[in-house]
Design a protein around this ligand. Structure first.
Ligand SMILES: C[S@@+](CC[C@H](N)C(=O)[O-])C[C@H]1O[C@@H](n2cnc3c(N)ncnc32)[C@H](O)[C@@H]1O
Length: 213
């Protein structure tokens, strides 16, 4: 679902930093070879992730939902010199394409890939985080927030993708599990005393939440 007029959307993209060539190739290969390619963040949201990461210059990032690695590479662009990004995905069939592009990139030594179920992997990672990107199974967003909470550094930022879920969050007739879970998640973030949150109508909805000092 487009939340803004297509012409205006095109104008926003045209006035946004160019998509790096390697990411363009990764996007093309994902669309040619991988199932459900619309899951990939893409040019506009990718540049936003990159910019947020560059503003924060995090030492440690956690990404839940690697897919083909597009958003991993965008987030890695802002890492501090000795920083690391941990990224988790349950689907081992994606490893070849992820590694192809991770190994080509200048961030290859800074990316730590975990294959498996996020709810099991998150508690086992021995690190705290400055930036989190939640972009995996929607029904577990709330659980992921609970699991990352003890690992957040002061002023950490949590980015949550797809929080408008094609507009279903306000559709009174929508009562599928993911929609119900996302409504509850958005409410939880808004009411959480330790976060300041803004929900932006970018792409499928992206919220930015800042953890307390
Ligand atoms: C929307 S895609 C991620 C897109 C990617 N962040 C990007 O922007 O290019 C969601 C990913 O979450 C993964 N996933 C789904 N359930 C998961 C789980 N329980 N644990 C870990 N990964 C999971 C899927 O395999 C899929 O690759």
């Amino acid at each position: 679902m487009e939340f803004i007029d297509k012409a205006l959307d095109d104008y926003c993209v045209a006035h946004t930093q160019k998509e790096p060539d390697t990411l363009k190739q990764l996007s093309k290969e994902t669309w040619q070879k991988i199932l459900i390619p619309r899951m990939l963040s893409g040019h506009f949201q990718g540049r936003l992730l990159s910019l947020i990461s560059k503003i924060l210059a995090p030492k440690s990032i956690l990404e839940i939902g690697t897919y083909t690695g597009y958003s991993t590479l965008c987030l890695a662009e802002g890492l501090a010199k000795d920083g690391k990004i941990h990224t988790i995905d349950i689907n081992e069939e994606l490893v070849d394409i992820q590694q192809k592009y991770f190994q080509k990139s200048e961030y290859r030594e800074q990316i730590i890939s975990h294959i498996g179920v996020a709810r099991d992997i998150i508690p086992a990672i021995k690190s705290n985080f400055d930036l989190i990107f939640i972009d995996a199974d929607k029904s577990n967003y709330s659980l992921y927030l609970d699991l990352v909470l003890p690992k957040l550094n002061p002023k950490a930022v949590v980015l949550s993708d797809n929080v408008l879920w094609s507009g279903k969050v306000i559709d009174k007739k929508a009562d599928d599990d993911d929609t119900i879970a996302l409504r509850a998640y958005n409410k939880k973030l808004k009411e959480h005393p330790d976060f300041e949150t803004i929900l932006l109508p970018i792409r499928d909805g992206l919220s930015i939440s800042r953890f307390k000092d």
